[in-house]
Design a protein around this ligand. Structure first.
Ligand code: PRE
Length: 278
């Protein structure tokens, strides 16, 4: 029976394209369920409404997707199943060629295309909406002479009959976004390449972060990313996200229990393999 996979919709988002790839690559039979925002996607996994979700976590040009990090930090019982590194190609789409007065998109692609926009459309009003495909829908629904355009995927343009005004407009050809497939129970049969650990450290104490990093460093555990987000309790309280390379060694277990002792709380979101697009 097909498993349900939540993604940011409507049809034509980068997330939907990444999910279609995940489905082909893993050979797993997923039924895609589209959500209006990333928070709803993750909530649906937590509630058991869908089996898993594929959500963006970090972009190579713009960094963290905060809503994903914040929701993962506050969730109970979510685990990371897989990481997917997805190349992101942005197009400028409109109903027809002509003067462009306003450009709609998701906040991330607007930032990913900052140089292009400054160079070609410095006067255009930039309007952030829930997803690139939603931006394309708004443009498709507007009158043809409204001067509206969207930064979205080529597929969104095809689905909605928009024409490409400019293609590959991201500021780097290597633009890519890391996605996490997130589920509830851990999938122990998957290869273990990395793990995600989230913890809150007492920021009042001098050297508190150093003390935590030392536990990983002195056991030779490679950290591939560190990110911090506000703990949302008071100014100056932070949560840290550590992506670590997995090793089947007692050192990793020792480091995690040492870090847990030095943390206010620690959550291990599990081990996962990394998929890249060839
Ligand atoms: O709006 C979309 O198309 C999405 O899938 C969201 C999103 C994001 O949140 O970063 C996903 C990948 C790309 O970086 C651009 C946008």
């Amino acid at each position: 029976m097909a498993m349900s996979l939540g993604v940011l919709g409507p049809a034509g988002t980068h997330s939907e394209a990444a999910a279609a790839y995940l489905k082909r690559q893993t050979g797993e039979d997923y039924k895609l369920v589209l959500f209006a925002d990333i928070f709803d996607c993750l909530q649906a996994v937590e509630n058991g409404e869908v089996d898993s979700a594929l959500v963006p976590v970090e972009n190579s040009l713009e960094g963290a997707i905060n809503i994903t990090l914040d929701t993962l930090a506050r969730s109970e019982g979510l685990t990371v199943w897989r990481e997917l590194i997805w190349p992101v190609h942005n197009q400028l789409l409109a109903r027809r060629r002509g003067e462009i007065k306003r450009i709609y998109s998701h906040a991330q692609p607007i930032s990913q295309c900052r140089d292009f926009l400054l160079q070609h459309y410095p006067q255009a009003e930039l309007i952030k909406v829930a997803s690139t495909a939603r931006a394309a829908e708004i443009v498709a629904e507007a009158p043809a002479d409204s001067g509206s355009a969207a930064i979205a995927t080529a597929r969104a343009g095809e689905l909605l009959g928009l024409v490409p005004i400019a293609t590959e407009i991201q500021d780097s050809a290597a633009n890519c976004t890391r996605f996490f497939q997130v589920g509830r129970q851990a999938l122990s049969f998957l290869p273990k390449e990395k793990l995600l650990v989230i913890c809150q450290i007492d920021g009042q104490k001098a050297g508190a972060l150093f003390e935590v990093l030392k536990e990983f460093a002195q056991r030779g555990i490679n950290m591939t990313r560190i990110e911090s987000r506000p703990a949302r309790t008071e100014l100056g309280a932070y949560i840290f996200f550590f992506d670590l390379e997995y090793s089947d060694s007692p050192q990793l277990e020792e480091a995690l229990s040492a870090v847990e002792k030095k943390s206010i709380w620690l959550r291990n979101l599990g081990t996962f393999p990394v998929l890249t697009v060839n």
